[in-house]
Design a protein around this ligand. Sequence first.
Ligand code: NAP
Length: 225
Amino acid sequence: MKRYLIAGASRGIGRAIAEKLAADDAVLLLHGRDTVALAQTRKAVEPRCAEVVLLVHDLAKRSSVSELISEAGNAPIDLLVNNAGVAVVKRFTEITTIEWEQTVGVNITAPFMLTQHFASRMPPGSSVVNILSIAARSGFANWSAYCMSKFALEGFSQCVREELRDRKIRVINVYPAATDTNIWNEIEGDWPRGKMISPKDVASAVAYALRDRLTSRLKTSPCPV
Ligand SMILES: NC(=O)c1ccc[n+]([C@@H]2O[C@H](COP(=O)([O-])OP(=O)(O)OC[C@H]3O[C@@H](n4cnc5c(N)ncnc54)[C@H](OP(=O)(O)O)[C@@H]3O)[C@@H](O)[C@H]2O)c1
């Protein structure tokens, strides 16, 4: 039985990834804060997977991330998806220290703590997937806090990838463009939601990366990583 932990699975891209990865041989550990939304994700995946465990924690607080880690139990995780994220979008002069710290907490410190804990215990062939953004590659006016957090996670995970290589654990970074999810509801402006990609597109890319890497390595190496 495989165990997959998806942070931020209550809606949007995280929910779509949960729906895509649901399988008879998988236990899905689904994280979120909104219990109603998380229950909807559970309802969508439960008939298609071995077991669903819900983890309700605020990732902006380090103590809550530690509680999530304890609640996830001692059995190893085969896939960690660092997907939970927040977007504060305003001129850099207007960002409050609370907004800055919240962005750092959810988008950087939580993935750091989750990766540090779970990747240390992963068996060979496991994966860490980070949902980054095109904002991990380019700066955009008014997106400084968000870009800062995605650039930071990019740097962290590039180094972690090298540290985990010998243990045959993959670190896969995904860089979605604008995706039509609730994250845009709170962002001021007239955004072309109809032209955005869908969360299902991102989930398909994640599933493809997980599947493709496994298959291509199998062709060249006796070790399936
Ligand atoms: N949408 C885009 O255009 C886009 C593009 C590139 C990358 N991304 C990235 O994709 C990821 C998912 O975003 P999304 O677009 O699917 O947004 P979303 O629909 O707003 O979902 C965000 C998820 O993160 C969780 N989350 C937010 N703050 C949290 C906190 N303090 N503690 C715990 N969980 C928290 C939410 O949980 P609750 O709702 O239960 O609180 C929710 O499950 C993010 O990392 C985002 O940066 C999005």
